[in-house]
Design a protein around this ligand. Structure first.
Ligand code: PMP
Length: 296
């Protein structure tokens, strides 16, 4: 995948510069220790023009992630949103993935950084809602102990765990991994949250061992609007495997059905599942085809 070419522009510390010419220092904590914070945001080409979905929520989480790991956050969120729209326009992007990254200035010590930078880049990303259902395996890797890191922060270093799990799943012939928490209960995918359906009710793991996904929160809001009962609780592997259906949700993954977990195939056909209803509602929401905005 080519993320940029000679014309691509990125936002770097208040300026729009060519991606190919932008530089970073090799003597920094972000590169050496994974001490950086980022977001993954989507823009959709809606009939109301290009719209960044839940921009404020994403930039607020970026700020919260920084605060949790003591990386100074010195930006104005409304201004960052404005710059992001500008970035999309400059690069002629309509359906796009947006990646803000906050990284630390040169400093090889383990001390809190005094100087940090922000870069925002974006690339074309077509909506691929619901193309297929995933074959998922339970990973041999657990999500990190929430007492060893801030699992609710979107910190670069946490993604080593995600890369290991995803790579392992693919090497075994699965589409994606599902990670358990330190108590061996269901946590999340390497880059998405999970919901399961049982007897007409949706369940999702409680916060504590997972990234509090913005899509997860959106799904809960959609359930409230659509009168679908949804419960946040600890979910065991047995409950997962006995579920009627399940799906992952995330900014990049959107809503994507799960066909099977290890050798267990879910009973309910995806098109008859609650997940499929949520998938359609989510698609309508991000494309602004319905006016849920007034409600959420
Ligand atoms: N969990 C992890 C580990 C993730 O990386 C992501 C993607 N940001 C999610 C869940 C889903 O979060 P969101 O819906 O905010 O994209």
């Amino acid at each position: 995948m080519q993320y940029y070419d000679s014309k691509t522009i990125i936002y770097l510390d208040g300026e729009f510069v060519k991606a190919a010419e932008a530089k970073t220092d090799l003597y920094g904590q972000s590169l050496h220790y994974g001490y950086a914070v980022f977001e993954g945001i989507r823009a959709y080409n809606t009939h109301n023009d290009v719209r960044i979905f839940k921009a404020k929520e994403h930039y607020k989480r970026l700020q919260k992630s920084c605060e949790l790991v003591n990386i100074p956050f010195k930006w104005d969120i409304d201004d960052l949103i404005k710059q992001t729209y500008e970035l999309l326009q400059i690069n002629h992007l309509k359906d796009a993935y947006i990646r803000p990254l906050i990284f630390c200035a040169p400093n090889m010590s383990l001390a809190t950084p005094t100087s940090v930078s922000i870069m925002i880049c974006a690339w074309e990303w077509a909506a691929y809602l619901g193309e297929k259902q995933l074959k998922v395996c339970i990973s041999s890797y657990q999500r990190p102990n929430p007492k060893s890191t801030h699992i609710e922060a979107k910190v670069s270093g946490n993604y080593i765990n995600s890369i290991l799990a995803s790579t392992e799943a693919k090497s075994k012939g699965f589409d994606e991994a599902l990670l358990l928490d330190i108590e061996n209960n269901v946590a999340e995918a390497p880059g998405a949250n999970i919901f399961i359906e049982k007897n007409g009710v949706l369940y999702t793991p409680s916060l504590g061992n997972i990234l509090p996904g913005i899509t997860r929160a959106t799904v809960i809001q959609l359930c409230n609007i659509l009168d679908i009962k949804v419960i946040e609780k600890t979910i065991t592997v047995e409950e997962l495997k006995n579920a009627d259906s399940a799906f992952f949700c995330g900014t990049a993954a959107e809503i994507i059905g799960i066909e099977s977990i290890d050798e267990t195939i879910f009973k309910t056909n995806w098109s008859n599942s609650i997940g499929s209803t949520i998938q359609t509602a989510y698609k309508n929401l991000v494309l602004e085809k319905v006016n849920y905005q007034v409600l959420i």
